[in-house]
Design a protein around this ligand. Structure first.
Ligand SMILES: Cc1cc2nc3c(=O)[nH]c(=O)nc-3n(C[C@H](O)[C@H](O)[C@H](O)COP(=O)(O)OP(=O)(O)OC[C@H]3O[C@@H](n4cnc5c(N)ncnc54)[C@H](O)[C@@H]3O)c2cc1C
Length: 262
């Protein structure tokens, strides 16, 4: 969450605090944040997750800085099937001291999707050139008005996807455009129109999410945001020096068109 610490979520605190966690925290004197306030990622970490991590019942079971690398059946190789269903698991994890194995009866995979973003290709695979151009592609929600400002100010940026992460980035790029009109923002969607993207509108159950859609719509109407619909990227080809111009080939409404990028 700290890697998107600058982004305000669309669910207020009242939806973000687990009841069992609240009971533990309040026992130790913690005061819950205002229920209707919309925190950003950093506030969720600092005002909720860090206090929760120091509650003794939680702290005693936490292993920080540990990355799970693999999970297997304890004592069974890949081809052994006898009693497999009832055999405990061995979890292999790595931390600063090296690799460790721990045997458990059950595990919960809550590893999320943030660190495993979708590649650009339509079929769920990277398009040719995507992996080798990874220094030019940012996944998730880069902090374009904060720590990554210099990478985006006065540049031409293509945002791909119709999710709320994309809306967040596109709107933040609009803010950069206000500082430097040379900042160009293009936004590519797979579907034909922008209706689904803006679907939330005023009637969205979570008002903040609808508000993002409305702000994006206004930027489109004002011509500050250029939409590329029915977009399907085909390849990325780099030309010139490492951080120079590159070319992204895409299919638009059945025709092939290339766009040049900085
Ligand atoms: C910018 C943004 C805004 C959002 N706003 C909202 C909102 O307003 N309302 C809402 O309901 N949802 C929102 N979401 C979605 C929300 O983030 C997710 O629903 C929620 O964070 C998912 O929680 P999670 O615990 O499943 O996964 P994550 O938050 O992704 O956490 C997974 C954790 O597992 C760790 N991990 C991954 N692999 C390993 C491994 N091999 N070993 C050890 N640890 C590992 C990661 O480091 C991470 O700490 C938002 C998401 C983003 C990105």
């Amino acid at each position: 969450m700290l890697s998107w610490g600058q982004v305000r979520v669309f669910s207020p605190w009242k939806y973000n605090i687990d009841n069992a966690a609240r009971t533990l925290l309040e026992r130790d004197g913690w005061k819950a944040p205002a229920p209707d306030y919309l925190p950003n990622g950093r506030e969720i970490v600092e005002d909720y997750l860090l206090p929760l991590a120091s509650v003794p019942e939680i702290a005693s079971g936490l292993k920080l800085g540990a990355t799970v690398m693999a999970i297997a059946r304890h004592g069974l190789d890949k081809v052994s099937s006898a009693k497999r269903d009832n055999t405990p698991f061995v979890v292999r994890y790595a931390d600063a001291e090296g690799e460790h194995d721990v045997v458990v009866q059950a595990f919960i995979d809550a590893s999320g999707t943030w660190s495993q973003p979708n590649p650009i290709g339509l079929n769920g695979l990277p398009v040719p050139g995507e992996v080798t151009s990874s220094d030019l592609v940012s996944y998730g929600i880069p902090d374009v008005i904060g720590s990554r400002r210099a990478d985006y100010l006065g540049k031409r940026t293509l945002v791909i996807s119709s999710g709320h992460s994309a809306i967040n980035v596109a709107l933040a790029l609009m803010e950069l455009q206000a500082s430097d009109p040379n900042t160009e923002v293009l936004w590519a969607l797979r579907q034909h129109g922008v209706e689904r993207l803006l679907g939330g509108g005023l009637n969205d159950q979570l008002p903040e999410r609808g508000a993002l859609g409305l702000a994006a719509k206004k930027a489109m109407d004002d011509g500050r945001l250029q939409m590329l619909t029915s977009f399907a990227a085909q390849s990325i080809a780099r030309r010139g020096p490492p951080r120079g111009r590159f070319r992204l080939s895409m299919v638009r409404r059945g025709t092939s068109r290339s766009i040049a990028w900085w």
